[in-house]
Design a protein around this ligand. Sequence first.
Ligand code: GAR
Length: 195
Amino acid sequence: MKRIAVMVSGGGTNLQAVMDAVEKGEIRDAEIVLVISGKNDAYALRRAEKRGVPTFIAGKTEWPDPVRREEAIVKALKQAKTDLVVLAGYMDILPPSVVHAYAGRIINIHPSLIPKFCGLGFYGKRVHQAAIDAGETESGATVHFVDEGVDTGPIILQRKTPVLPDDTADTLAARVLKIEHQILVEAIRKVLENI
Ligand code: GAR
């Protein structure tokens, strides 16, 4: 069994998609062993608890010292014997020590067609507003490996969806989110084959 840790900060619909896929056997021979949240009030934590998945809170409130926080994240991942780390709406930048400890075994979902609308400052609704403001006719989602940069690692999967003339950041986010749920599950399957 491959052991997956998921890192979150928000609502956790991507986490839910991954948990559902594991439960239905769409991701085979794998289990979710840990959910790490960057925020202590993330709804994603409730989703994990409902499934009985252990949680760890790595927020800046709980861990004001960045070095301690970093060490705590690595320790939690190691204790859970993690094989693959999935960033699913995790809103902090992963420190280099974590990236090195799990080189080639950390993936991230981003709600745009990377290299468009990614990097520092591009997260959540801001990404969709930027796509609309730029007059894009299509957007989408990307799953990529995490390296030391922000949204710069090799792309694993990408899928497009149209931007409609009357889209708001909210309506576009909802359409992209559906794609995210699909490609995140597909990417995990693909990556686990090589771990
Ligand atoms: C998702 O759209 C994800 O791609 C985005 O946050 C949302 C989390 O939703 N991540 C980023 O913007 C990271 N740069 P969720 O909590 O419902 O999965």
